[in-house]
Write a protein that binds this ligand. Structure first.
Ligand code: PLP
Length: 424
């Protein structure tokens, strides 16, 4: 058992022994005005730029400059199949088979595409279940899908709330709810990690409970992909969507990911919104009138994808693949564990951590609830060179990310945080 200390020299020792320490150098770390590295704890919002992203994008710019349209076939990495170059790495990242994943569009678009196929309400089974405090885009998306089917969100949308006085939803409560109401539920669609509380939902157990009652189960993995170890195929999840600009460092507004379980690969009977990039590759350029979907997740594609975006994502996925999600997760648990100890050493009544204290139920993120003057505290942290964010009404979110954050970052953050919060 390590005796964690709140000194920079102790944190530097941990950094020295860190087997993943070389990866920090592979990222552009924003600077404070004095030129020192800032403490970047906003990787749960926008991940940092891999230094290689520029080279990967430049290669495509060069090929475009030299070859014009011929780049579709003759670029060093031809553009027509470019998304296929990301399939294996993406599959490893989320615990899937390559046929189950594709990168395309953006997250909310993918969520809609999935619901078009997998939210099939009937008179008896019409509800969508989401977590209370789901990200607004998810709330709008599910409400609009319900209305699209002529139904009313007041009766067809159910939110799962934590118990009174608690901030996270207990898995046993979710299971009990599904057991009781399952026959009226068409779709369970939760965040893999809730954006506000940082709670990791027990996806395997929830999927099992949902399937037992005949519900479709999907997840929004915006805060889970690249953060926690995922095993979507084995967990038997029906579909999942995620963005790549957070933990996956693919840049602002980057292209998103989508998982469709192999068991649905041949579900050509399902309605879907189609586009030519989902069309059978053998015949796509013969321009047939009738749509014939590619097997698997690729069959849900609409448009030919943005190559510069895919190039940026590839730069980051190469790093993930080398570092490995398991090793990253191990370091992440140690970083957050250290942060928790240091914050708890100085906590007063004004501060509470709403993220679960069980490491299995959280990822990189800590959501710190500040009862009074939280927004001012957040602004002062930013002024001190700490990147963190404020989520209304009362939460400061911080996320030490194992690829590029250090134990020294955690120690220095905690020292500044404790000092500024004491000053009120
Ligand atoms: C949990 C969650 N869902 C959905 C979104 C919306 O993503 P996009 O704008 O890429 O559709 C976000 C964005 O931060 C998010 O955190």
């Amino acid at each position: 058992m390590i005796n964690y200390q709140a000194t920079e020299s102790f944190a530097l020792e941990l950094d020295f022994a860190d087997p993943l320490k070389k990866y920090r150098e592979q990222f552009q770390i924003p600077k404070k005005p004095n030129g020192e590295d800032a403490i970047y704890f906003s990787g749960n919002s926008l991940g940092l730029q891999p230094k290689t992203a520029r080279d990967y994008i430049e290669q495509e710019l060069e090929d475009w400059a030299k070859m014009g349209v011929h780049g579709h076939i003759s670029a060093r990495r031809p553009w027509i199949p470019y998304h296929e170059f990301l399939a294996e790495q993406t599959a490893r990242l989320v615990g899937a088979k390559p046929i189950e994943v594709v990168v395309m569009n953006s997250l909310t678009v993918n969520l809609h595409l999935m619901m078009v196929s997998f939210y099939r309400p009937t008179l008896q089974r019409h509800k969508i279940v989401i977590e209370a405090n789901a990200f607004p885009s998810d709330q709008y998306a599910v409400q609009s899908q319900i209305k699209f089917h002529g139904l009313d969100p007041k009766t067809s949308l159910v939110e799962l709330h934590p118990r009174d006085g608690e901030f996270t939803v207990r898995t046993e409560d979710i299971e009990a709810f599904i057991e009781k109401d399952g026959e009226s539920i068409a779709l369970i669609m939760l965040g893999g990690v809730n954006y506000y509380s940082g709670q990791v939902f027990e996806m395997e157990r929830i999927t099992k409970a949902g399937h037992k009652k005949g519900c479709v189960v999907g997840f929004d993995l915006a805060h889970a992909a690249g953060n926690i170890v995922l095993d979507l195929h084995k967990w038997d999840v029906d579909f999942a969507v995620w963005c790549t600009y957070k933990y996956l460092n693919a840049g602002p507004g980057a292209i998103a990911g989508c998982f469709v379980h192999e068991k649905h690969a041949r579900r050509f009977d399902l309605p879907r919104f189609a586009g030519w990039w989902g069309q059978n590759k053998e015949t796509r350029f013969l321009m047939p009138f009738d749509f014939e979907a590619i097997l698997g997740a690729e069959g849900w594609q609409l448009s030919n994808p943005p190559i510069l975006q895919l190039a940026a994502l590839r730069a980051s996925l190469d790093i993930f693949d080398e570092a490995g999600m398991k090793a990253l997760r191990e370091k992440s648990e140690r970083l957050t564990g250290y942060l928790e100890i240091l914050l708890n050493q100085n906590r007063d009544d004004n501060i509470s951590i709403i993220t679960p204290n069980d490491p299995k139920q959280r990822g990189c993120q800590f959501s710190i609830r500040v009862k009074k003057n939280g927004k001012q505290l957040h602004d002062r942290l930013n002024a001190a060179g700490i990147f963190c964010d404020w989520r209304e009404p009362d939460v400061i979110r911080v996320a030490p990310v194992p690829l590029y954050n250090t134990f020294a970052d955690v120690c220095n953050f905690a020292e500044t945080f404790n000092k500024l919060s004491r000053e009120g």
